[in-house]
Ligand binder design. Structure first.
Ligand code: NAD
Ligand code: TYD
Length: 342
């Protein structure tokens, strides 16, 4: 039986991926996670007693711990990261530490161990924003514009160096914005849904005209599964769903699905350096036999349904330190917001 190290497996995509792996394969999974504000063991509650699953509470920057964990595994899927652009604007240091240095620590341990494969989860944001008509392919240059995107680019460049210098068997994924169950409600979609469910305002940045491609997390997990097994070593793959929508349309759709009034929308002060649009060509990923099963409507409907049915999950998450975060990020902006007149 193969043993896979999943880093950041208590977060949104990592926990969905662990579920995917355990459902489909007879692999052992070791989940190394620091349990930051975004890590949540409720995400893994249903599999915590599965004998094939082991949780290790720890930091990917801790080289001794990482060396010990690496000794038990055959392959790595690396999700652990500080992942929210708005937090990176307020506190970029944590992003450099985990997304750049932590990635280096894992790569170095993987090299010492001689793992079969290292799947690095990067992001579309390394390319920077897409200009009108522009769709990035894997050969486009990196032009990251936020501290988060720059940190992810730094981590990915470490991967590139380990491929070229040491021949480490790395495959790189560059996914679009994911949506689906268990996403921490700091990201736009779960924040909008949970606020709407509580009849609270939906803070839309600027005029809500920025565009994101919404990839359903299960489709993403299927793509990562393919890359883990069949991705060409040393190659990067864009994972996009062709579900591009402006944020205002996403907010409106959520309100329609929940039968809540559009007057809940508030236009708030924009994010500094806000990337206008992300758009990627995923022909290379699709040539491996992958295509997303969810269009925008299916993805947002399933996501809304999950939050509607799992109030226990997000009410717990939104208590405590989340409230401080929300006040700090949105208190003044919501007080000064412009109403929706659509
Ligand atoms: P998330 O914030 O939900 O989860 C991150 C997880 O990493 C948490 O469980 C956290 O506790 C853990 N973690 C953070 N720092 C750590 C450290 N130093 N050591 C060990 N564990 C640590 O993130 P997510 O949305 O699931 O994203 C997963 C990965 O996918 C990230 O690398 C992110 O950059 C990338 N990505 C995400 C999206 C998206 O839409 N969410 C899109 C493209 C790429
Ligand atoms: P987010 O979910 O933070 O993902 P990313 O910035 O990594 O793409 O934001 C998605 C889009 O939604 C982005 O254009 C910023 C916007 N947004 C809002 O309009 N309001 C919000 O409260 C948040 C968090 C994001």
């Amino acid at each position: 039986m193969r043993t896979i190290l999943v880093t950041g497996g208590a977060g949104f995509i990592g926990s969905n991926f662990i579920h995917h792996l355990l459902q489909k394969y007879d692999y052992r999974v070791v989940n190394l996670d620091k349990l930051t504000y975004a890590g949540n063991l409720d995400n893994l509650r249903d599999i915590q007693d599965d004998p094939r699953y082991r949780f290790v509470h720890g930091n990917i920057c801790d080289s001794q711990l990482v060396g010990r964990v690496m000794a038990e595994v055959d392959a790595v899927v690396h999700f652990a990261a500080e992942s929210h652009v708005d937090r990176s604007i307020v506190d970029p240091g944590a992003f450099i530490q985990t997304d750049v240095y932590g990635t280096f620590v894992l790569l170095e341990a993987a090299r010492q161990r001689g793992v079969e494969r290292f799947l690095h989860v990067s992001t579309d944001e390394v390319y920077g924003q897409s200009l009108p008509g522009q769709r990035f392919t894997e050969d486009d240059p990196f032009r990251p514009r936020s501290p988060y995107a720059a940190s992810k680019a730094g981590g990915e460049l470490q991967c590139r160096a380990f491929i070229e210098t040491y021949g480490l068997p790395i495959v790189i994924a560059r996914p679009a914005n994911n949506i689906g169950p268990r996403q921490y409600p700091e990201k736009a979609v779960p924040l909008f849904i949970t606020n709407a469910l509580d009849d609270q305002p939906l803070p839309v940045y600027g005029q809500g005209l920025q565009v994101r491609d919404r990839l359903y997390v299960e489709d993403h997990c299927e793509a990562l599964d393919l890359l883990l097994h069949w991705g060409e070593l040393g190659e990067a793959y864009n994972i996009s769903a062709d579900n591009e929508r402006p944020n205002i349309e996403v907010a409106e759709t959520i309100l329609e699905l929940l039968e809540k009034p559009k007057s809940l929308i508030r236009f708030v002060e924009d994010r500094p350096g806000h990337d206008q649009r992300y758009s990627m060509d995923s022909a290379k990923m699709r040539a491996l036999g992958w295509s997303p099963r969810h269009d925008f409507t299916a993805a947002i409907e399933k996501t809304v349904a999950w939050y509607r049915e799992n109030r226990w999950w997000w009410e717990k998450v939104k208590s405590g330190q989340y409230q401080e975060y929300y006040q700090r990020m949105y208190g003044r902006r919501l007080a000064e917001a412009k109403p929706y007149e659509g």
